[in-house]
Design a protein around this ligand. Structure first.
Ligand SMILES: [Zn+2]
Length: 287
């Protein structure tokens, strides 16, 4: 079962959160039948969505992260909530995979080098907060770091990893780490953290060595006293329902409504996040 942990240093200088999202990414792979590059791109964004969602400052808040690059993957989109649960999809899940010389999946080639990372934070009241930054690398973790620096002015280190089996292309491990400097962090804290970050191994390497998510946070925060804020289970959760699908049609004028249904007055709608199919009849909307 996947879990997310959030930690803070006792001096209040640094926050670190880590997630093991192996089951979440495996579920996404199974639902969307993703190629390795689509698995890696969507998987990384799902890890980021879980971490960023859990860090929303209010309960029942929602987060929408989209990566729209000029590469063959199209748009990668993830929705997360303040419990760290996520769902997502990619426009072209069967996108061809290319590899770097070291054997790693070339995620940037799938995403593209030019494009936009957009984040919408919705706290359920008032206007949602919308931020966007140009893509820095298309490898996603650096793009998230750039988003926090530019749009939220929070110095952040983000590491995301999805390890895919070379033979059967199945997700083996997936997870992420988000480290943020809190207001009032002193020079010595920054220096210590920079050294830790420079020594940090990839998240999936640490998992493969048997590190827990707490071990990963403690490694990132070596030299600090670490307090655990919370540790929670996280899942791939889709909130679609017949009622939600119906409410979309209810807003349409009758002529447009009729165009959505076949000559027998039937239509089938597939949820983009979980591929669940809903059969609807036009009589449900006409009175
Ligand atoms: Zn769904």
């Amino acid at each position: 079962m996947d879990k997310l942990i959030r930690c803070i240093t006792s001096d209040g200088a640094v926050m670190a959160a880590a997630v093991d999202a192996s089951d979440i990414v495996f579920t996404a792979q199974r639902l969307h039948k993703t190629s390795p590059v689509a698995t890696a791109a969507l998987g990384r964004l799902l890890c980021a969505g879980s971490l960023m969602g859990a860090n929303l400052k209010q309960k029942k808040a929602r987060l929408n992260i989209s990566v729209k690059g000029d590469g063959p993957l199209g748009t990668v989109l993830v929705v997360g909530d303040s419990d760290g649960n996520v769902r997502g999809y990619v426009t072209n899940p069967d996108c061809e995979t290319t590899y770097y010389d070291n054997g790693k999946i070339n995620v940037a080639a799938g995403v593209g080098k030019y494009g936009i990372l957009g984040v919408i934070r919705d706290y359920g009241q008032g206007e949602p907060y919308i931020g966007q930054v140009p893509l820095v690398s298309g490898e996603i973790a650096e793009d998230i770091t750039s988003y926090y620096a530019t749009s939220e002015q929070i110095p952040t280190v983000c590491a995301l990893g999805v390890l895919v089996d070379k033979e059967d292309e199945r997700v083996l491990l997936a997870g992420g780490l988000l480290i943020q400097l809190l207001p009032g962090a002193g020079e010595d804290a920054i220096e210590k953290l920079e050294k830790n970050v420079a020594d940090l191994e990839p998240v999936t390497t640490m998992f493969a060595k048997g590190y827990s998510i707490l071990d990963i946070c403690k490694t990132a925060l070596r030299g600090f006293d670490v307090e655990v804020l919370d540790e929670t289970p996280v899942n791939y959760v889709c909130s679609c329902s017949r009622e939600k699908i119906k409410s979309y049609f209810m807003g349409l004028p009758e002529t447009e409504l009729r165009e959505c249904f076949d000559e027998n007055g039937r239509t089938e709608v597939k949820c983009r996040f979980c591929n669940k199919k809903y059969e609807l009849g036009i009589e449900e909307f006409l009175n």
